[in-house]
Design a protein around this ligand. Sequence first.
Ligand code: G3P
Ligand code: MG
Length: 245
Amino acid sequence: MWPYPRIIAHRGGGSLAPENTLEAFQRGFNSGFRAVEFDVMLTKDLVPVVIHDEEFGRTIRGDGRVSDFLADDLLKLDAGSWFAGQFAHSRVPTYRKVLEFCTQHDIWMNVEIKPARGFEALTGEVVAEATREFYQNTNYELPLISSFNLDALSVARPILPDFPFGVLFDQLPADWQQQLRRFDAVSLHTNHQYLNEQRVGDIKQAGCALCCYTVNDVIRAHNLLSWGVDALFTDNLTAIIADFV
Ligand code: G3P
Ligand code: MG
């Protein structure tokens, strides 16, 4: 049985606010969401921050790379006006700030380790160490740690032996069951577009939990859950919440 929430706000607050910003987490929370997924990457000075793209251009205007910026400089940049002018004050949050916000508000987390190219193992290590340090001597519910990047996961796993892990694949490789065992993972996370009822049944037969992204259509969400999908990530918080939460 999947012990975690079934509907998870993607990138903090889905499409309610600029992704992976504190405003997104706050709006998701205000809308009733109590489960989030977000992406963690390293700055040049190895500070874990919550952002999806390693290159600027989409959520941060201009040219640049997260891994070339010191945290102090990155955290000054506008990470919200791409979404709407009213969010021009939104900034990239540190991982620590997001952990604090979510634990204070009792929000369940799926932490996706999102290394920039060339920093895979280092990102796994630094994010795992930051996570271990944050949770030690606390009673907070542990987050689920996941990544597409198997090098990051293999470094993170021994640092966080008591944490639940998930393995992320866009399309499942032939050895996905082996990879789940390798990381002692509780869940398989994958793109819902490649799933159908038969495929979900086959995966569930293997005995793992199945989570899928990014499900924004309410009917599709109902279908996936009825086929046995355990949890889904959504950007469409408004419609999905009206139906599920
Ligand atoms: O963790 C699920 C989902 O977030 C994976 O895709 O690209 O949105 O990080 P992406
Ligand atoms: Mg993600």
